[in-house]
Design a protein around this ligand. Structure first.
Ligand code: HEC
Length: 207
C-alpha cells in the first residue's frame, strides 16, 4: 500500500516536470538547456517554434510503422521517380487508436518518401528502398490549435515547417477520401480492423 502511494507520488512529480519543461520550451519562454530539448524531455510530442512552425519530429523513425505504398499515384507528381512512402504514427496516439479506433488530440502521423530501386546487390527482381530521402510530411491533430482539427506540414530537410495553407489539396483529398478522421486508415492494415470494430470508419468510405 505504502509502496504504491510512493510510486504514484513519484510518477506524478515526474509528469509535472515533463509538462513544465515542455511548456517552457514550447512557449520559448526561455532557451532550453541542450539536454532539455523537446525531443529529449518529451519524446514524440509535437513542438512548435514561437511563430508556429512545427519542429522536425526527430524521433519519427522510432514511431509505430503503419504501412508502405509503392508508386501510389494519387497525386500529380509526374511519375518520373519510382518511390516508396512509409507511414508512422507516434506511439502514444497509436495505442490510443488501438483502444478507441480513432486519433486523440496530439496525434502525429509522418509520411516519408524514399526512392525505389531495382538494381543493387543480389536483387534480381522487385524493388527495394534506396537511401534517397525525398521528403517527410506530417499530419497533426490538435483541435485547440488548428481550425478543422488537423494540419499538414511538409519538411525541407529538418528545418521547422510552416503549416500548409488549408486551401491546399492535401486537406480536400484527405477530407473527401480518407476513411477515419481524415487519415487513410483504409491503407493501414493493422488499423483498419480496429476502426471497423469501433465503428469509426466513415459510413460512405470504401476501403
Ligand atoms: C489525391 C489525394 C491526396 C492528396 C492531394 C494528398 N494526400 Fe496525403 N495521403 C493520400 C493517401 C492515399 C495516403 C496513404 C498513403 C499510403 O497508404 O502509403 C496519404 C497519406 C498521407 C500521410 C500519412 C497520414 C495520413 O493522414 O494518412 C500524410 C502525412 C500525408 N498524406 C500528407 C499529405 C500532404 C502534406 C499533402 C499535400 C501536400 C497530401 N498528403 C496530399 C492521399 C492524398
Amino acid at each position: 500500500m505504502r509502496k504504491s502511494l510512493v510510486s504514484v507520488v513519484l510518477a506524478t512529480s515526474a509528469l509535472a516536470t515533463v509538462i513544465t519543461l515542455h511548456t517552457l520550451t514550447h512557449n520559448g519562454a526561455r532557451a532550453a538547456a541542450p539536454e532539455l530539448t523537446p525531443a529529449a524531455s518529451v519524446p514524440h510530442r509535437a513542438a512548435y517554434t514561437q511563430d508556429g512552425r512545427l519542429q522536425f519530429p526527430d524521433t519519427y523513425r522510432e514511431w509505430v510503422y503503419l504501412s508502405s505504398g509503392l508508386d501510389m499515384s494519387y497525386r500529380d507528381r509526374g511519375m518520373d521517380h519510382s518511390m516508396f512512402d512509409n507511414v508512422f504514427a507516434d506511439p502514444t496516439s497509436y495505442r490510443e487508436f488501438m483502444r478507441t479506433g480513432t486519433w486523440p488530440d496530439g496525434a502525429q502521423l509522418a509520411l516519408e518518401t524514399r526512392g525505389a530501386t531495382e538494381k543493387g546487390s543480389i536483387n534480381k527482381s522487385g524493388k527495394f528502398q534506396n537511401g534517397d530521402m525525398m521528403g517527410v510530411e506530417v499530419h497533426v491533430k490538435d483541435t485547440k490549435r488548428f481550425a478543422g482539427g488537423w494540419a499538414f506540414f511538409a519538411f525541407d530537410g529538418t528545418t521547422p515547417a510552416a503549416q500548409i495553407p488549408t486551401a491546399a489539396d492535401c486537406y480536400s483529398c484527405h477530407r473527401d477520401h480518407a476513411v477515419v478522421d481524415t487519415t487513410f486508415v483504409q491503407f493501414y492494415p493493422t488499423l483498419l480492423p480496429v476502426a471497423k470494430l469501433h465503428g469509426t470508419v466513415r459510413a460512405d468510405g470504401s476501403p
